[in-house]
Structure formats: structure tokens, C-alpha cells
Write a protein that binds this ligand. Structure first.
Ligand code: B1M
Length: 210
């Protein structure tokens, strides 16, 4: 097994310490930082994402894998900055106003990170204007909204209406998700994409910014 394959394997097992050590070792041995990122860290995270989608692994496994990915990234990031590695895009993500559920949002965040996005997570109970302010500030490509309550779903429309009112709707790809949300609702409120899970959200976001 190559060191890159080992990084991917340990990441999938959520072994953050091993991932960190192996990423450092790979750098010291002169491995290409982009290969460490794409095949080792992101490769491992994509495999976990696929397994999550098929119910072969569950939320805790995804969370530990993501923690291992973040551990590896802390070692790799300075190298990536040195060689000017570009993120595939920028995404602002939050749970809409009135809603405190963040487990799903955090999974989407991790999978987007895993897909190579620069992420701005603005938390839970987020006002419409806060989504827009952050998106404008960082020059986001994608705005991602999560809602878990039937009572807070309409607040996704509030954000889209506010984007329209400010004349900036066309600047952003708007994605929505969360247990009570569906394709029909997304269409009704004028979102660009609904995705049912975190892995699909990352895949769709990546395709959308290409
Ligand atoms: Co709440 N809660 N909760 N809760 N909670 C639900 C959602 C509920 C269905 C439980 C029930 O009654 N059966 C119900 C909603 C009913 C409804 O609206 N129809 C409910 C309720 C009523 C409430 C309170 C009102 C309860 C009360 O106080 N009376 C209250 C509301 C607080 C508030 O938000 N203002 C409340 C509070 C809480 C806790 C704080 C205790 C806790 C949240 C902790 C936290 O998030 N940090 C909590 C929890 C844990 C749940 C359940 C049990 C689990 C939610 C979860 O994390 N699932 C939930 C019941 C259930 O779903 N079985 C429930 C796991 C997570 C991975 O799934 O978030 O769906 P999910 O994310 C998925 C996809 O939906 C998708 O990707 C993820 C997986 O890949 N996804 C996206 C999510 N966002 C996406 C965005 C995308 C794309 C995909 O694109 C941008």
C-alpha cells in the first residue's frame, strides 16, 4: 500500500493522529501536496460519503472521518498555500432563522470541504441578511441553507426573496436541504438545487460551480 492509500484508509477509520503523522511523512518524503489532498484526504472522505449514502456507515463514522480530514488538512494547508492551490469554490452555509438543528448542516459542511470548497459556516438561527452579507463579503459561489422544522422552512424563501430584492440573486447558486425539504418545495421557493443528503449536496455543488 502506498503512503497516500494509507492516508485514505486511516481517514476512513477516523484515526486523526495517524492521518496527521502520515501526511507529515508524505510531505517529508516529497509527495505532491495536491496528490496528498486529492487522493489521500479528499479521496478517503468521498469513500466515506458514498458509504454514508448507502447506509453502510452512520453519522458518528462520518464525524470522526471528518475530524481526521481536518487533522490532516492542518498539516497540509501551509504547503497548499505555498503552491497556490485554488479551492473549487466558496460556499456560505447556515441553518435558517428560528432553527437550531446543526448536525445535518455540519455534515454538509464537511462533505463540501471534502469536495474542495472553501467554507464559511455561519451557524444556526441565521437571519436572511446574514446569509447575504457573508456571501457578498467573501464573494461566495454557493449559498447553502438547512432547515429541520416545517415551521422554519419558509425562512429559506425569505433569504431568496431578500436576494431578489437586493438584485443579487443571479450571483449565487442557492442550495437547500434538510429532512422536511423536498424538490417541490425547492422549486416553489426558487432555489437552484435540493439535495437529500450531504454527499449529494457536495457532488451537486461541485458540478454546479464547474
Ligand atoms: Co429536533 N426536531 N427539535 N432537536 N430533532 C426534529 C427535526 C423532529 C422531526 C423530531 C420529531 O418530532 N420527530 C421535529 C420536527 C417536526 C417538524 O417540524 N415537522 C423536531 C422538533 C419539533 C424540535 C423542537 C421544536 C422540540 C421542542 O423544543 N419542542 C426543537 C426546536 C429547536 C429549534 O430548532 N428552534 C428541537 C430541538 C432539538 C435538539 C436541540 C434537542 C436537537 C438538535 C441538536 C443539534 O442539531 N445540535 C434535536 C434533534 C437532534 C432532532 C432529531 C432527533 C435529529 C435531527 C438530526 O440531527 N438528524 C430530529 C428527528 C429526526 O430527524 N429523526 C428532530 C441527523 C442529521 C444527519 O440529519 O439534519 O436531516 P438531517 O440532515 C441530513 C439531510 O436532511 C441533509 O443531509 C443530512 C444527511 O446527509 N441535509 C441537507 C441537511 N441539511 C442540508 C442542506 C443541504 C443539503 C442536504 O443543502 C444546503
Amino acid at each position: 500500500m502506498t503512503i497516500i492509500e494509507e492516508i485514505s484508509e486511516y481517514l476512513q477509520k477516523g484515526k486523526a493522529k495517524n492521518v496527521k503523522t502520515l501526511v507529515q511523512q508524505a510531505i517529508d518524503e516529497g509527495a505532491d501536496p495536491k496528490q496528498i489532498l486529492n487522493e489521500g484526504l479528499l479521496g478517503g472522505m468521498m469513500i466515506i460519503g458514498e458509504k454514508f449514502k448507502k447506509n453502510e456507515v452512520f453519522v458518528p463514522e462520518v464525524l470522526v472521518a471528518a475530524r481526521a480530514m481536518n487533522a490532516g488538512l492542518t498539516i497540509l494547508e501551509p504547503k497548499l498555500v505555498e503552491i497556490g492551490n485554488q479551492a473549487v469554490g466558496k460556499a456560505v452555509i447556515g441553518t435558517v432563522k428560528g432553527d437550531l438543528h446543526d448536525i445535518g448542516k455540519n455534515l454538509v459542511t464537511m462533505m463540501l470541504k471534502g469536495a474542495g470548497f472553501e467554507i464559511y459556516d455561519i451557524g444556526v438561527d441565521v437571519e436572511a441578511d446574514a446569509f447575504i452579507e457573508k456571501a457578498e463579503e467573501v464573494g461566495a459561489d454557493v449559498i447553502c441553507m438547512s432547515a429541520l422544522l416545517t415551521t422554519t422552512m419558509p425562512n429559506m424563501k425569505t433569504v431568496i426573496d431578500a436576494l431578489n430584492d437586493k438584485g443579487v440573486r443571479e450571483k449565487y447558486i442557492v442550495m437547500v436541504g434538510g429532512a422536511p425539504v423536498n424538490e417541490n418545495f425547492a422549486e416553489q421557493i426558487g432555489a437552484d438545487y435540493y439535495t437529500p443528503d450531504a454527499t449529494t449536496a457536495a457532488e451537486v455543488a461541485k458540478k454546479a460551480v464547474e
